[in-house]
Design a protein around this ligand. Sequence first.
Ligand SMILES: Cc1cc2nc3c(=O)[nH]c(=O)nc-3n(C[C@H](O)[C@H](O)[C@H](O)COP(=O)(O)O)c2cc1C
Length: 192
Amino acid sequence: MPASTRPLLLALLGSPCQEGANSRLLSAFIQEAGDWEIVRRSLPELKILPCLGCQTCKQNQPCVQPDRMPKLFRLFERAQALVLAAPVYFYGFPAQTKAVIDRCLPLWYLESQRRAPVRLKRPGYFISTCASQRHGEFGVIVREAKAFFHTIGFQYTQSLLVPGLDGKPGAHRLNLALQHARTLGRQLNHLL
Ligand SMILES: Cc1cc2nc3c(=O)[nH]c(=O)nc-3n(C[C@H](O)[C@H](O)[C@H](O)COP(=O)(O)O)c2cc1C
């Protein structure tokens, strides 16, 4: 497909570890989504400032925090599909990624004031890992991810949740998960 006509897949890394498990899983996913135009961003590297709860955005005024969040909003708008990969930190997202999610409050107000979805739902994939072997460890982060996807106009289409990534057995689990990530990426490719 010519580059100019390719739809955009926005690939977000939510881990501060640039070479960690989530980074590798994200790479495996996008490797197989070859027919998409891919824009990859590391959320921690964007250094997005936290929401101050001032409610300025409720009045449709620009956010008081001076950073690159408007650029991220433009990418949310342009993307036809989304994949987010982030580890569990104390049941939730790493602080840098949670800051991005909180800063989506203007979009949440937009939707609630219009009383209609911001736009048609586009496919969204969620990848997450944790050290614990308990699958229940993902309960909170999955709820947060669903709320985030919904707020920025993506459907929570499918997830790849990988527990038990500590120690030697973790390496084996990560290899299996990399295969699953490639399968998910191929699945997205078939949507084209
Ligand atoms: C600050 C911090 C908090 C963490 N909290 C949890 C947790 O609550 N439950 C868990 O199972 N693992 C927890 N972990 C482990 C990470 O989720 C795990 O190592 C993950 O695979 C790291 O992914 P990454 O290599 O992509 O950064 C925590 C790690 C850190 C650094």
